[in-house]
Ligand binder design. Structure first.
Ligand code: NAP
Length: 278
């Protein structure tokens, strides 16, 4: 029997997850269907339970604005979801709802495997202190960078994020610090990750000119467009990547959690790149 999955969000029609999971199902031979669920802003829980109980759904991907609500709904939070405070993957096992966060794993896999940039010993700047940043801090720290600086337009949020992860004893949190953008002048980084949504509105955070060390990588979590940040980075000699690889890799981890099979991701990546050129 075909097992049903879906992505739930509001809005959700833009989501590329159905295409990605259809490609994963094709390459692995798994018999699944994968749709989109538009949940009312005040109706997340009901929509999840309806999908599970009435449509026989086996699991969900969760996108904006419900990742925090999904964390609260999950009776068990697994792996990185625990500290992230956000869940992007739900698994239904009988009456139990298990929550995972695969965003950070997706980012680290894209950086280390696809882009071949090891993180150990590197100076990393993470711009933004929203849900996406919370999801990636612990997986980044696990790779043992030399330092992880978090900068945010609203500094208090960066301080709160760093305080949250400093409480974790499991990873070397000593290299993590919050800084205002103004304090970054004269400081260089090997990897600069833009986890802000600025690119969506054709803006970029106020990053000082000299932030890129020689050979640095600039990574924008926003995908499907050349953001002002990526343009800025390339003009200053940095290597630049959008966040499409992260999107595909986090989906692959969700697929693995649900199906126990890890899909190869190159064909889904190529498929989306082709689609975006059209
Ligand atoms: P969010 O919770 O709304 O946080 C947005 C962040 O962006 C905040 O830190 C905000 O700063 C900052 N920001 C917004 N506009 C800015 C500007 N003009 N200048 C400087 N900072 C600005 O959003 P999120 O969930 O963290 O997501 C962030 C981005 O990551 C989104 O574009 C999302 O699509 C992308 N994302 C991609 C993937 C992927 O798989 N590729 C996965 C997850 C997220 P303040 O705190 O000062 O408002």
């Amino acid at each position: 029997m075909t097992d049903s999955y879906a992505v739930i969000g509001n809005p959700v029609e833009h989501s590329l997850s159905p295409e990605i999971h259809a490609e994963f199902a094709r390459v692995t031979g798994q018999d699944i269907s994968y749709g989109r669920i538009l949940a009312p802003r005040d109706g997340f829980r009901d929509s999840v339970l309806r999908f599970r109980d009435e449509a026989g759904g086996k699991g969900l991907n969760v996108t904006l604005p419900f990742k925090h609500e999904a964390w609260r709904l999950a009776g068990t939070r697994s792996g990185f979801a625990l500290a992230a405070g956000a869940v992007n993957t739900l698994v239904f096992q009988g009456d139990a709802i298990i929550g995972h966060n695969t965003d950070g794993i997706g980012l680290v896999r894209d950086l280390t495997r696809n882009l071949r940039v090891p993180l150990r010993g590197k100076r990393i700047l993470l711009m933004g202190a929203g849900g996406a940043s919370y999801g990636v801090v612990e997986p980044l720290l696990r790779e043992q960078p030399e330092s992880l600086v978090v900068a945010n337009r609203t500094l208090e949020k960066a301080i709160a994020l760093v305080g949250h992860f400093e409480k974790l004893q499991s990873y070397a949190a000593q290299g993590i610090a919050a800084r205002p953008y103004g304090a970054l002048a004269g400081v260089q980084f090997d990897i600069v990750i833009n986890a802000t949504s600025a690119g969506l509105e054709n803006a970029m955070p106020p990053l000082p000119d000299g932030a890129f060390a020689p050979g640095a990588l600039a990574y924008d979590m926003v995908y499907a467009k050349r953001t002002p940040f990526l343009k800025f980075a390339q003009e200053r000699g940095a290597r630049a990547s959008d966040g499409l690889g992260m999107l595909v890799e986090q989906a692959a981890e969700s697929f693995f959690i649900w199906r126990g099979v890890y899909p190869e991701t190159r064909s889904a990546m190529a498929l989306l790149r082709r689609r975006m050129k059209q």
